[in-house]
Write a protein that binds this ligand. Structure first.
Ligand SMILES: C[S@@+](CC[C@H](N)C(=O)[O-])C[C@H]1O[C@@H](n2cnc3c(N)ncnc32)[C@H](O)[C@@H]1O
Length: 230
C-alpha cells in the first residue's frame, strides 16, 4: 500500500499493528509472502535475523523488492525453512487461498508464527487479481483447516476509519487531470480522516473494519502427536 493523502490514517494503523505483531511474534528467518515494495521492512527487519521477500516474477508493482521469485502456492525452499512468515494485503489476491496457506504452513518450522493482514471491506483493486474478502470466521476456518493454531484475529479499526478511507478513494477519482491542482479534494479527505481518528476513540464496533490482523502458529510436532493420540 502506498502512503498518499488517501491512506494516511490506515497507514498509521497498519504500521502500529505490524509493529506490535512483529515485536510479539516475528523473530529468526522471515519470509514476506507477496512482499511487493516491502512497505513494513523498516518495522520488522530490526527484529529478525533474515528478511526474505517473495513475489511473483511479474509482481503487481514494478518497484517490488523481491528476493525470492516464486508464488504463494510454490515457495522454492524446503520444508520448515523459515521461523516466521508475514503476508500483508496479499491473501485477497490469491485465487486458491487454502493452497497458499498450506504452503506457508509447509515452509514454517514447528512453533513458527505467521502474521497476515487481510481485508474485510475494501474496494476492488489490482483487477482482475482481486478474488476475496474475508470475515474473521472465514479466516479462522481457513487457517485451522490447513493445520495452524489461530492465536488471534484482530480487527484493525471500526466504521469511521473504513468510511473515511473509502470516501477518500471515492473522491480521489476526481483528483486527476486539471483537477489534480485543486487542493480541496485532498483537504476534504484529510478532514474526514481527522474526524475518523477522533471518532475511533468513541467507536468500538468492529463489524465494519477494513482489515484484520491474523496471527497463526504452526503447532509443535509434540502438540500434533498429542492431538492425534487424544
Ligand atoms: C496488494 S499487493 C501487497 C504488497 C505488499 N505486501 C504490501 O503490503 O503493500 C499484493 C502482492 O501480492 C503479490 N501476489 C499476487 N499474487 C501472488 C501469488 N500468487 N504469489 C505470490 N505473490 C503474489 C503481488 O505481486 C503484490 O506484490
Amino acid at each position: 500500500m502506498a502512503k498518499t493523502w488517501k491512506t494516511l490514517l490506515i497507514y498509521r494503523i497498519m504500521e502500529r499493528e505490524v509493529r506490535r505483531s512483529a515485536a510479539k511474534y516475528l523473530t529468526g528467518r522471515l519470509i514476506d509472502i507477496g512482499c511487493g515494495t516491502k512497505p513494513y521492512y523498516h518495522l520488522v527487519a530490526p527484529g529478525v535475523s533474515e528478511y526474505i521477500g517473495l513475489d511473483r516474477d511479474r509482481p503487481f508493482n514494478k518497484a517490488a523488492k523481491t528476493d525470492l521469485v516464486g508464488t504463494a502456492y510454490e515457495i522454492p525452499v524446503g520444508d520448515a525453512h523459515f521461523d516466521c512468515a508475514l503476508s500483508t494485503a496479499t491473501l485477497e489476491h490469491l485465487a486458491e487461498p487454502e493452497q497458499a496457506l498450506r504452503e506457508c504452513h509447509r515452509v514454517l518450522k514447528p512453533g513458527g508464527f505467521a502474521v497476515y493482514t487481510v481485508p474485510l471491506i475494501w474496494h476492488l483493486h489490482a483487477e482482475p487479481h482481486d478474488f476475496f474478502r474475508y470475515t474473521k470466521y472465514g479466516l479462522a476456518h481457513l487457517f485451522r483447516k490447513v493445520g495452524f493454531d489461530v492465536v488471534e484475529v484482530r480487527p484493525m479499526a471500526g466504521f469511521p476509519t473504513t468510511f473515511a478511507t473509502l470516501l477518500c478513494y471515492y473522491i480521489g477519482r476526481w483528483h486527476r487531470g486539471p483537477l489534480r491542482y485543486v487542493p480541496v479534494i485532498p483537504l476534504i479527505g484529510l478532514v474526514a480522516q481527522g474526524i475518523a481518528a477522533l471518532a475511533e476513540r468513541l467507536d468500538t464496533t468492529e463489524e465494519w473494519t477494513w482489515m484484520y490482523t491474523v496471527v497463526a502458529r504452526k503447532p509443535m510436532d509434540a502438540d500434533v502427536q498429542h492431538r492425534e493420540a487424544a
